[in-house]
Write a protein that binds this ligand. Sequence first.
Ligand code: SF4
Ligand code: SF4
Ligand code: SF4
Length: 220
Amino acid sequence: MGDENPKGSISRRQFLKGSAVTPLALMLAGGAIASVYLRPADARGFTLRPPGAVAEKRFLAACVRCGMCAQACPYQAIKLAGGEAGAGIGTPVITPRETPCYLCQDLPCVKACPSGALDKKLEDIEQVRMGTAVIIDRESCLSIRGLRCEVCYRQCPLIDKAITLQLRHNTRTDEHTIMEPVVHKEKCVGCGICENSCVLPKPVIVVRRTVEVQKDSYDF
Ligand code: SF4
Ligand code: SF4
Ligand code: SF4
């Protein structure tokens, strides 16, 4: 009970863990805020929809563009697409680098949807599948380079399930341990909190379409 957040599922423990970032990470985060790298919804190759969204083609047909899901989101994570979305104009999108989905326990966005575009059968937040996070630039990831960061790991609402740390000897320094964040695609819900929290100006962990991640080789 004491670990619960009435607004969402991020527990105080996770918040405190996430707050325990290293000075290096904080310094880099400052740089990230200064340069505000925003990733347009379609730059990732697909549009990140709210939890429970049915397959994209059906979604575009079902969504009545009422904006009820956006209105219900306590974090204002859901925005309605503009004219650049073509046929998708007015549909709900999430841009994690601006505001990720904080995975509310009661999924108010799904409950608010009157059209079935967000499937009400979804009740368990661990069953959300918006996409899958992948590390797209291993050479830039601070943790993989042997520095202490692990911010994405600590911020993940499914810490130690969707993302774990894999420890191995640092052969470059020969005396330290590399703590590599590893995403487990069968558990990752695609909320984008890791992408949002990556301390680098251009995030090296991003949410991709789950199907593509499963097809290709984003395995560690
Ligand atoms: S589950 Fe995510 S998108 Fe839905 S209301 Fe909560 S934060 Fe917003
Ligand atoms: S509530 Fe449902 S129908 Fe309305 S904009 Fe959101 S997804 Fe579309
Ligand atoms: S998208 Fe990132 S933060 Fe969200 S569940 Fe997956 S690994 Fe965790």
